[in-house]
Design a protein around this ligand. Structure first.
Ligand code: TMP
Length: 235
């Protein structure tokens, strides 16, 4: 199997990270060699940039400053983590990538899309994943899920609301539209998952989105795989 670079995108509160973990568990049971990583972050330096990027102490961070910070993190992550894993033949499951920059900095903050493309060309050579799952749901539902009372009580360092997911519903709305327009422009790569329903409903769609890439998810389409089937080699 060719090494695959698969990304999970969506609003904060869309459930993408939980579904990524479930996919990773299924691949592990099926014996598919893979790594799980995320952006911003994914290496010690990129994680340090992530802390600066998300720290709510910095208010009024201009969109282009955000753009440069996420692409600095992304280049380091690509060089140090993603590309070496692909070269070793591992599947890479990545929580967010450049599509988030188009959605958040472009559509959310209003940074010019051509400027994003120029920085992307410099930082990554306009690298794109092989497959991207976009977890879509209404902005107000995502906002409500991400801003639970429990989370709002926590400080940022303890897992509380960060600088970007603390934005208002209007921002979430623009970002959602941004994701959908990026997906529409690259329909071969994207699969849009409706994540407004139950976890089980969303999981079925995720399996469908990956069924052509991994046997373990193709099996899940017609029947629930038993432990033995999950252990079978994947495509
Ligand atoms: P996470 O909570 O999914 O780990 O993402 C961290 C936050 O960073 C999230 O609010 C989205 C934001 N973000 C951007 O604004 N631009 C980007 O390019 C990326 C990767 C994330």
């Amino acid at each position: 199997m060719d090494p695959l670079f698969i990304t999970f995108e969506g609003l904060d509160g869309s459930g993408k990270s939980s579904h990524l973990r479930t996919v990773s568990e299924a691949l592990a049971l099926a014996g598919v060699d893979h790594i799980v990583t995320k952006e911003p972050g994914g290496t010690p330096l990129a994680d340090a940039i992530r802390s600066v990027f998300l720290d709510p102490r910095w208010d009024n961070v201009e969109g282009t400053v955000e753009l440069l910070l996420v692409f600095a993190s992304r280049r380091q992550h690509l060089i140090e983590c993603v590309e070496p894993a692909l070269e070793r033949g591992q599947v890479v499951l990545c929580d967010r990538f450049t599509d988030s920059t188009y959605a958040y900095q472009g559509h959310g903050r209003g940074v010019d899309l051509d400027q994003i493309a120029a920085v992307d060309a410099l930082a990554t050579g306009s690298r794109r994943p092989h497959r991207t799952l976009l977890f879509d749901l209404p902005a107000d539902v995502a906002w409500g899920r991400g801003q639970s009372k429990e989370r709002r009580r926590l400080r940022y360092e303890e897992g509380g609301v960060d600088r970007i997911d603390g934005e208002g519903v209007g921002f979430y709305e623009r970002v959602r539209k941004g994701f959908l327009s990026v997906a529409e422009a690259d329909a071969d790569r994207f699969r849009v998952v409706d994540s407004s329903g139950s976890i089980g409903e969303t999981q079925l769609q995720v399996a469908e989105c990956l069924a052509d890439l991994f046997d373990v998810f193709a099996l899940g389409q017609s029947q629930r795989p038993s432990q033995g089937q999950l252990g079978r080699e994947s495509a």
